[in-house]
Design a protein around this ligand. Structure first.
Ligand SMILES: NC(=O)C1=CN([C@@H]2O[C@H](COP(=O)(O)OP(=O)(O)OC[C@H]3O[C@@H](n4cnc5c(N)ncnc54)[C@H](O)[C@@H]3O)[C@@H](O)[C@H]2O)C=CC1
Ligand SMILES: O=C([O-])CC(=O)C(=O)O
Length: 267
């Protein structure tokens, strides 16, 4: 077997879209000895940032910088606006806002760019895991899955207020249906549902979403049944202190995906 490539002796140039909770955590994981980050935000600039993070004014500037890879950590609209262009330009992308792929037109544009440029785009497992098992049994004729998302009311503050609801004392059922509908309805809370849907196609997946005052973290439950057996996964994630919708493990998952993509060239 060939030896893995040696880590780069100089910081590697990386790109990011968005610089919120996930962006800041990634910049902390891959610090100045490892990475030089070029970051595209909505405003084209941001406040106090570490010295290895530089804003770019627009997508053209990000492409011109030729980063080794770009992490999308912004939101579903950013996937639609930028990922096809980056992939078409030969720049690999890791997508956090996987829910964007629930829109078949967006998924088709990214796939077309990939076929034309032969450049990879990946979805990281993000807030959940167990996707290897799910993918293994998904093709069995009787396979079926159930996903339940339970987050504390703080993760649902705006959505509950918009519907005049409170989950401070009792759990509120917010949705039951498909992953595609769930992630388009709640784009900042249900990317995990679509990540699971991508792994389990063509097996049917039902999704339930609960704002639950009884949980302290972001709890993701996955149940799988097939002729191969039954499996249950439960992820009780610590929410980010700065964004209770986002689990802290998500940045770690994106970092692991980036290490895998760049196959040993990151320290
Ligand atoms: N796959 C998964 O399991 C998870 C996915 N996510 C996704 O990651 C996204 C980012 O999460 P956080 O960092 O916690 O959010 P955040 O709200 O802390 O930060 C988002 C950042 O992206 C910027 N932004 C938003 N839209 C943009 C656009 N169109 N162009 C450029 N910049 C844009 C915002 O200004 C902000 O700086 C979430 O919106 C969600 O879609 C989040 C958690 C888990
Ligand atoms: O971080 C989480 O727990 C999941 C999340 O926000 C998402 O799926 O969009």
């Amino acid at each position: 077997m060939a030896a893995p490539p040696a880590p780069s002796a100089v910081p590697i140039q990386l790109g990011m879209i968005g610089f919120g909770v996930l962006g800041r955590e990634l910049a902390a994981i891959f610090g100045p000895d490892t990475a030089l980050w070029r970051v595209l935000t909505r405003t084209g600039s941001f406040g106090q940032v570490p010295r290895h993070v530089n804003a770019v004014a627009n997508i053209e500037a990000l492409i011109a910088a030729r980063p080794a890879a770009v992490i999308e950590a912004a939101g579903q609209t950013a996937v639609e606006a930028y990922v096809p262009r980056l992939v078409a330009a030969g720049i690999p992308v890791i997508i956090a806002s996987t829910g964007a792929l629930a829109n078949p037109a967006v998924a088709a544009r990214i796939e077309a760019a990939h076929r034309q440029s032969r450049t990879p785009y990946l979805t990281a497992p993000g807030a959940i895991g167990g996707l290897d098992y799910v993918a293994s049994v998904a093709g069995l004729p009787d396979a079926r899955l159930r996903y339940i998302s339970r987050k504390p009311p703080a993760a649902w503050a705006e959505e509950l207020a918009a519907r005049g609801l409170s989950a401070d004392r009792e759990a509120v059922d917010l949705f039951e249906g498909t992953a595609e509908a769930a992630t388009l309805l709640y784009p900042r809370n249900l990317n995990a549902a679509l990540t699971l849907a991508l792994a389990c196609r063509p097996a049917p997946l039902s999704v339930r979403i609960i704002a639950d005052p009884a949980v302290t973290g972001n709890v993701h439950e996955i149940e799988v049944e097939s002729v191969a057996g039954r499996a249950q996964f439960r992820f009780a994630n610590v929410p980010s202190p700065d964004n209770p919708k986002t689990s802290r493990v998500t940045a770690l998952s994106l970092a692991a995906a980036l290490r895998g993509l760049l196959a040993g060239s990151l320290r």
